[in-house]
Ligand binder design. Structure first.
Ligand SMILES: Nc1ncnc2c1ncn2[C@@H]1O[C@H](COP(=O)(O)OP(=O)(O)OP(=O)(O)O)[C@@H](O)[C@H]1O
Length: 551
């Protein structure tokens, strides 16, 4: 059911879409058909630039619809596996820059979060933000103890706006899915659901602080990457305080050149850091846009903004590494086989057909020199192909592919001849050899060693205790209750069968004896020979026992 506030917003959305020439798209949805005539009242349709490409029109509409839609567009731009290229490229240009909220508001949010006046926390607090985005803004400050920090403050009242806009996105996505055949392929409702999860996560700065702490620990003492420290005592759900860093923004090539940075080494280090995060730490910074990366004069990277991170399962990592290696050997058969063996595509997929499809999309890529090949593009092509063969590409893999594209973009901007494969290959091959074969087994045993060293000293006592219980008849084996029940009724049945056999056998034997004696002088009971009584009763007993047995 649509609420009145949503209805107004829906009319506004329709208005904006019409303004950017997206009305055909909108009016193909039956819900909007009754207002089709409004189109003719929109005089600016006459002024509209008819030759503006559709991607640009969509981008402008999202910008007009506000920061939540802009954020949605940004995330959508990474779904190149779903979107046509022209639209994805335009959406990448969406800027998440919105007017800052007043510094005074930031101050009162901080005071409410700490329940004390701001001057009891900070010696200095700059009310003019360093940066302001749709979810939060960042202020420079200095703690009373002396260290320089930045304070990230969540936008006030952002949650209701997100809730309202998400509600509308679901309505639109539901209608697109229902009524627009071409749109169905894009799985709009799933896309909105994924966006919803991400955006709520970003509203908890404690989560971002925890991500930062984990990354900092992973790179403790590393000369390659520095992560600023989080001041936990001052971090809340809507306020986060961290060490202020100074570095040259990665996009400022002139400044990097002036600092005599070795661009080749820097770009290769970037790739290594990424692969280390994915394969060794299993935790990667997944928002690697240039605004979040800085470089120190001695060539060390610094990263900020930890709202989005990714992790991969061991299977995902194996999948990636094996696929990359097979790809670069141009062993498409192996790539196809890997997908079927691991169940990523249905078991009944024809390996030869899948192989041919992969070859078709990948061969043109290998036409170029290795130094120009993009891993991100390669993965993207693979995902697009695999999707045709019903592979559900997991969101964490899409996140990884997007980050890979960012890293490559940055790397090549720093050093256009960067040979990604040569940089990554030794790393991947080493990792694979650690996962497979004797070395992998040794590693796994080594990993399990601490548990073994705890358990082994307990073994003699355990052994002794078990034997003692067995001797005293106190040994109990715990199994699952259903299994125990099954075993119990089986034993009961066996017992009944034994009783039936013994009772039946004894009575029959008894009857035979009596019959033998009866032969000479039959003993009568109620006019029937005793042997017949015994035979009858034994038969009835055996029958009764067998009947009970059949439960
Ligand atoms: N520790 C820090 N030291 C110095 N500057 C920082 C620090 N953290 C963030 N900044 C500056 O603030 C800007 C915005 O920070 P951050 O990216 O964390 O905010 P955001 O709201 O997530 O923005 P966006 O979503 O646009 O990336 C950064 O690009 C950087 O210039």
């Amino acid at each position: 059911m649509i609420r009145p506030s949503q209805a107004f917003r829906l009319v506004y959305i329709s208005w904006i879409m019409a303004k950017h020439g997206l009305d055909e798209l909108l009016l193909s949805i039956p819900m909007f058909r009754p207002i089709r005539f409004l189109r003719h009242l929109m005089w600016w349709r006459l002024l509209r630039e008819r030759d503006v490409p559709r991607g640009a029109r969509i981008r402008r509409a999202l910008e007009d619809l506000g920061p939540i839609f802009v954020k949605f567009g940004q995330i959508l731009s990474t779904r190149r596996d779903l979107l046509p290229d022209d639209i994805a490229r335009e959406l990448e240009r969406l800027q998440d820059r919105v007017p800052p909220f007043p510094g005074e508001t930031a101050r009162s949010i901080i005071e409410a979060a700490y329940r004390k006046p701001i001057d009891q926390i900070f010696a200095e607090f700059d009310e003019t933000p360093i940066a302001s985005a749709s979810i939060a803004q960042v202020h420079a400050a200095r703690l009373l103890g002396g260290p320089e920090v930045v304070v990230k403050v969540l936008r006030p009242d952002i949650a209701p706006v997100i809730r309202r806009d998400l509600g509308l996105m679901y309505i639109l996505a539901g209608n697109i899915q229902r009524y627009w055949k071409e749109g169905r392929r894009l799985r709009p409702v799933d896309v909105v659901a994924e966006f919803e999860k991400n955006i709520w996560d970003e509203l908890d700065l404690m989560r971002e602080a925890a991500n930062a702490s984990q990354l900092r620990r992973n790179f403790e003492g590393s000369p390659d990457l520095y992560i600023p420290e989080i001041y936990w005592d001052y971090s809340r759900r809507n306020v986060m305080v961290m060490e202020r860093i100074y570095g040259i923004p990665i996009g400022h090539m002139e400044k990097l050149r002036a600092a005599q940075i070795d661009f080749k080494a820097l770009s290769e280090r970037g790739v290594e850091i990424f692969f280390t995060q994915v394969f060794r730490h299993n935790f990667f910074h997944a928002d690697m846009h240039p605004g979040n990366i800085f470089v120190t004069p001695d060539g060390q990277y610094i990263a900020v903004d930890f709202g989005i991170v990714g992790t991969l399962s061991n299977e995902d990592k194996r999948y990636l590494a094996e696929n990359f290696i097979a790809f670069f050997r141009r062993d498409y058969h192996r790539v196809a086989q890997l997908h079927v063996e691991s169940g990523w595509v249905p078991k009944e997929t024809r390996v030869d057909e899948f192989e041919a499809a992969i070859r078709t999309v990948c061969e043109p890529i290998f036409e170029r020199p290795f130094s120009e090949i993009s891993f991100g593009q390669l993965l993207l092509n693979l995902f697009q192909t695999a999707r045709r063969f019903n592979m559900e590409v997991q969101p964490q893999l899409v996140l990884l592919q997007k980050t890979l594209l960012n890293i490559e973009g940055l790397g090549r901007q720093l050093y256009p001849d960067l040979d990604l494969w040569q940089t990554a290959k030794p790393f991947l091959e080493r990792w694979m050899s650690e996962q497979l074969g004797v070395r992998a087994l040794a590693n796994r045993l080594k990993d399990a060693a601490p548990q073994w060293s705890e358990k082994i000293p307990e073994l003699p006592m355990l052994f002794h205790d078990t034997l003692q219980r067995a001797r005293d008849g106190r040994l109990q084996v715990n199994s699952n209750p259903e299994e125990l029940q099954r075993i119990r009724s089986e034993i009961r049945r066996a017992n009944r069968r034994t009783v039936a056999a013994v009772v039946g056998g004894t009575l029959v034997l008894g009857a035979a004896l009596i019959k033998g004696l009866d032969g000479y002088a039959p003993t009568m009971l109620a006019g029937v020979p005793l042997s017949s009584w015994v035979l009858g009763i034994s038969g009835a007993l055996v029958w009764l026992t067998l009947w009970l047995d059949s439960d």
